[in-house]
Design a protein around this ligand. Structure first.
Ligand code: NAP
Length: 275
């Protein structure tokens, strides 16, 4: 190819609604002194093939991918990072020479937000894409991971696939409080709480948690989710998913540019875009 690739970055998904990624990545490019524009690029499923042909034709340097394309994009790629292969879905596309690769930076994002895994059992709520990224990180350190999902068979299948020690149960089932009663860490990887009203755990289940437990909700809007509200009312440590979002963006930025990401600028821009 002759000529220079346009410094166009973006997010492929449909519909895109309000996304923090353009603000976060535009701020990162500016802080790093790099040229480039990051756009929301809404692409319905029937036009994904065309969009991917465009990514290659223009050799676009960096894309994020979100619902509904995180798995659909796999056939258009030349390879996957071990994290993307383990999760079975990608959220970041980058070039390695002439190969277009897929990464799942939710893994790095959750790992950075978590820091050290608290010693003891973890309880993971949900068994979807984000839960897979979380489990990949939790499995790096010893300790059981109990999975609670609305379909117990999904919880069982996830634990079996990852070889996780622990137990599986349905959310809200009579087995749940005993598992929650041993937890050192609880991670909500369901969308329950996005409406600002529902919690994936009842007040009674939150009451079963031990005093020293850390509660992480992957939801970042609202700022305090209903689960966090219940946990904090008990005096427990609870945090939302904004740091994971910022850190997954930082990992993507590093993939694209080969540079350390200006994380504090990205965090500031994400908070500002949230309003
Ligand atoms: P997903 O692949 O659709 O998985 C959602 C999981 O939650 C599935 O196990 C699903 O169960 C379960 N679920 C859905 N609705 C439920 C309900 N009403 N009650 C109980 N369980 C329910 O979605 P995802 O990509 O994993 O995302 C999950 C959440 O994490 C979303 O809120 C997303 O915004 C958040 N997230 C945050 C970050 C971040 O950077 N902070 C990154 C990724 C995701 P079924 O299989 O039975 O449907």
């Amino acid at each position: 190819m002759t000529g220079q690739a346009p410094a166009l970055y973006g997010l492929l998904g449909y519909p895109l609604g309000h996304t923090l990624s353009p603000a976060m990545h535009q701020a990162a490019l500016a802080a790093a002194g790099l040229p480039g524009t990051y756009l929301a690029l809404p692409v319905p499923s029937e036009r994904l093939a065309g969009a991917m042909a465009g990514v290659r034709a223009w050799r676009l340097p960096g894309l994020n991918v979100t619902i509904p394309h995180k798995q659909a994009v796999l056939p258009y790629l030349d390879g996957l990072t071990p994290e993307a292969a383990a999760v079975g879905a990608v959220n970041t596309l980058f070039w390695d020479g002439d190969r277009l690769l897929g990464d799942n930076t939710d893994v790095a994002g959750f790992a950075s937000a978590l820091g050290e895994r608290p010693a003891g059992p973890a309880v993971l709520l949900g068994a979807g894409g984000a839960a897979r990224a979380v489990l990949r990180v939790l499995m790096r350190e010893p300790g059981p991971v109990h999975v609670l999902a609305r379909r117990v068979e999904a919880a069982r299948a996830l634990r079996a696939e990852f070889g996780a020690e622990g137990a599986s149960a349905a959310l809200g089932s009579p087995e749940a409080p005993a598992l929650l009663g041993t937890a050192a860490l609880v991670v909500n990887a369901t969308p329950v709480g996005l409406d600002g009203a529902a919690s994936p755990l009842s007040a009674g289940e939150v009451a079963a948690l031990p005093a020293g437990v850390r509660v992480m909700d992957l939801i970042y809007n609202p700022d305090e989710t209903p689960l966090m509200g219940l946990a904090r009312a008990r005096g427990l440590l609870a945090e939302n998913g904004l740091e994971m979002l910022v850190q997954q963006g930082a990992a993507a930025f590093s993939r694209w540019t080969g540079q350390a990401a200006p994380v504090s600028e990205m965090r500031r821009a994400a908070r500002e875009a949230l309003g």
